[in-house]
Design a protein around this ligand. Sequence first.
Ligand code: ACO
Length: 312
Amino acid sequence: MGVGIIGIGHYAPDNIVTNADLEKIVDTTDEWIRTRTGIEERRIAKDDEDSSDMALIAAEKALKSAGKTAEEIDLILVATVTPDKSFPSVACMIQDRLGATNAAAMDLAAACAGFMYGVITGQQFIEAGAYKNVLVVGVDKLSKITDWTDRNTCVLLGDGAGAAVLSSVSEGNGILSFELGASGKGGPHLLQKDDGFLYMNGREVFKFAVRQMPESCMNVVEKAGLKKEDVDFLVPHQANIRIMEAARQRIGIDEDKMATTIKYYGNNSSASIPIALSQSIEDGKIKDGDVVVLVGFGGGLTWGAVALRWGK
Ligand code: ACO
């Protein structure tokens, strides 16, 4: 038996903030944002909508798509760097609201690579025989740590949540290989400052990401005993279209074989990959048997990639 994703769902707030809206609050242009990042608009949560609220909706959708009840979930892992509070964890909050009374629950933080860390942590529990069904959520409300006077960062970010249910799947399907990594030395390039706001050295993060994302993609393809020609679909972290393109070109697949939600959502941090994967499933771009590569990087610095064969 393998371990795979048997259900997935996502949620983004209704409130759309366009590049034109941002032109009114910082010294920027729609043209600059579109050409440098690929972003046209992003979703921003209301003040009274926190990470746990978004996580709950995505989780409910994932459970429905998996055909599992909340009581069947053994473990809830929530990847987030913007929990409602440090404790109780978002995982405990949604455990209660879902009625997942049999589940252990914890948050984990690996910034934009958080969902990858969550999926692989969940996979280990299932492979070890400890748990049957693990709910993994990636959620962030970056807008609450965004400095809306800093054009270097505020144009890039958006709020949202994505969730997946992991369970055993038929032999040959599910997770084929993974890579997780971290470089604490790069921490100062992307961090939450003492004033609470997000700081990013865009150039340094860009350099790291255009090297790491393509390399991680190739590593998981090789570890799975595959060739890059075997990859059917790529779901990269949605930070910058130019970084995503570097990964796509290294794998050598067509543009329509890469998930690109960045145009409408911007960078959703931990939620980017599950939102992009869920959207791609909804759009019918991934079918059973497809080899899918998920790859992300983020503050820490952290990175993670997974090669999987879609299907139960
Ligand atoms: N509008 C207009 N000009 C801007 C804006 C803006 N919104 N933001 C920055 N600029 C300016 C800069 O100030 C700079 O001006 P200067 O040359 O006078 O100093 C100029 O544009 C060019 O800056 P660069 O950094 O060279 O621009 P670049 O083409 O590299 O794009 C960007 C900047 C988009 C930030 C890019 O470096 C990038 O995508 N970096 C990686 C971001 C990322 O992946 N973050 C990940 C994680 S975020 C998270 O984890 C939560």
